[in-house]
Design a protein around this ligand. Structure first.
Ligand code: IMP
Ligand code: MG
Length: 185
């Protein structure tokens, strides 16, 4: 059987912002920060679809330092397929677990205007979460509009439209193992 040929990521001609190796090192450090500040008993609420890769890698780094969170997923969307946030956040798929009385760590791929995370935080607060912390892989400080701050941030980035490592443009590029950027506005 012929093995599928591995494509060189650079051949997609997407400029690289963070390599897979840089991401791995940062996610490993984030796991240590989280273990130190959130403790060992918490529920991860991973916001899909953008944070699936971040979540998968982060929980394995947590495992490596003997932290064993519960994990649940919620699909939120505000983007459609454009590169401009609509600001209108909607739940696609809701959580399975009850967050009442729990320490929750919300994971998202990127904090941009902050509307998505504000919506998620307020929703979980309304549902009775005991404590809510937020970890994002990326933040674009130049675009923040809402009154929200992440407790843990992988990388602060300039105002570029980024793709890869879970982040999409019209649901493409999520599979890239690195983070690159597109020249769109
Ligand atoms: P916010 O609600 O404006 O903070 O946007 C957050 C959501 O928009 C993220 O969870 C992403 O799904 C998406 N998003 C924001 N910036 C980018 C980007 O540069 N590339 C891909 N998706 C983005
Ligand atoms: Mg998205």
């Amino acid at each position: 059987m012929n093995k599928p040929k591995k494509t060189n990521p650079e051949k997609r001609s997407i400029p690289v912002l963070f390599t897979a190796h840089e991401i791995k090192e940062r996610v490993e450090a984030l796991a240590t920060e989280i273990a130190g500040k959130v403790g060992h008993e918490f529920l991860i609420v991973s916001l899909l679809r953008g944070s699936f890769m971040f979540t998968a890698d982060l929980v394995r780094e947590l495992y490596a330092i003997s932290v064993h969170p519960q994990i649940d997923f919620m699909t939120l969307s505000s983007y459609g397929s454009s590169t401009q946030s609509s600001g209108n956040v909607q739940i696609g798929r809701d959580l399975t677990d009850d967050v009442k009385g729990k320490t929750v760590l919300i994971l998202d791929d990127i904090l941009e205007t902050g509307r998505t995370l504000t919506y998620a935080r307020d929703l979980l607060k309304d549902r009775g979460a005991k404590e809510i912390k937020i970890a994002v892989l990326l933040e674009k400080p130049g675009k923040l509009e809402a009154d929200i701050k992440a407790d843990f941030v992988g990388f602060s980035i300039p105002d570029k439209f980024v793709v890869g490592y879970g982040l999409d443009y019209a649901n493409h590029y999520r599979e890239l193992p690195f983070i690159g950027y597109l020249d769109v506005h």
